[in-house]
Design a protein around this ligand. Structure first.
Ligand code: V0V
Length: 188
């Protein structure tokens, strides 16, 4: 096989490998996102780039203080972090379930205004699980891949989430009826 046709075959069948060869400055996530497929050549699933676990489960509550007292009294859970996010229209508390600081947390979300997403959720469904948040290493890359896989994101660009994180959401109608949040924690 001539050299040029060999190179052509490599580019045609191994685009990810080719990028790696010609641009060594690309990080693994950046290479992987070039593959917009959700399954590999052998049919095996390709994980959404950068997902490293469940970050938190968001629970809509009408009153934050009452909800915190409930989780403290009934489960003995500690509050790890509190803040108000005006843009999202929420007062929130991150609840630590066990002793490890990096584990999945509960996020209690109370509405600041009757127009907020949490107020609308409470009106329609009552208190309960409102969202599932996956932690990602790079939100831009994860979002590009979500779009490439045909799922709608709620925001054009990531917005500010808890503790300086960056967040975006996949529409529940595109995510099996679950409001999925992608969260890239702030660098410490
Ligand atoms: C709505 N639907 C849901 C849902 N909310 N399904 C599952 N889980 C939810 N949480 C369904 C709803 O029943 C409808 O289905 C359909 O989706 C369209 O709903 P909609 O009438 O458009 O409802 P809205 O106007 O309440 O909007 C829903 C969305 C809204 C998802 C667009 O909640 C939103 O923008 N959420 C993203 C922002 C957010 O949630 N912020 C608060 C958390 P049918 O009836 O048509 O079948 S802030 C946060 O998490 C922070 C700060 C952080 O983590 O750092």
């Amino acid at each position: 096989m001539r050299c040029s046709s060999l190179v052509g075959s490599v580019i045609r069948y191994y685009p990810v490998l080719t990028l790696k060869v010609f641009d060594p400055t690309n990080l693994p996530d950046k290479i992987t996102v070039m593959s917009t497929q959700s399954s590999g050549p052998s049919g095996s699933p390709v994980r959404l780039p950068g997902i490293i676990g469940v970050d938190h489960i968001g629970i809509a509550v009408p009153d934050l203080e009452v909800a915190i007292a409930f989780y403290q009294e009934k489960f003995g859970f500690e509050v790890a972090h509190r803040e108000v996010n005006e843009e999202q229209g929420v007062a929130e508390a991150m609840i630590q379930v066990g002793p490890a600081s990096h584990e999945v947390k509960l996020q209690l979300l109370a509405p600041l205004t009757p127009e907020s997403a949490i107020a609308r959720f409470l009106d329609k469904s009552g208190p309960g699980i409102q969202q599932l948040a996956y932690r990602v290493t790079n939100i831009e890359i994860a979002c590009a891949s979500v779009r490439a896989r045909g799922m709608r994101l709620l925001y054009e660009s990531p917005r500010r989430g808890t503790a300086g994180s960056l967040i975006n959401f996949i529409h529940p109608k595109d995510a099996g009826g679950v409001l999925v949040e992608l969260v890239e924690p702030a660098a410490h």
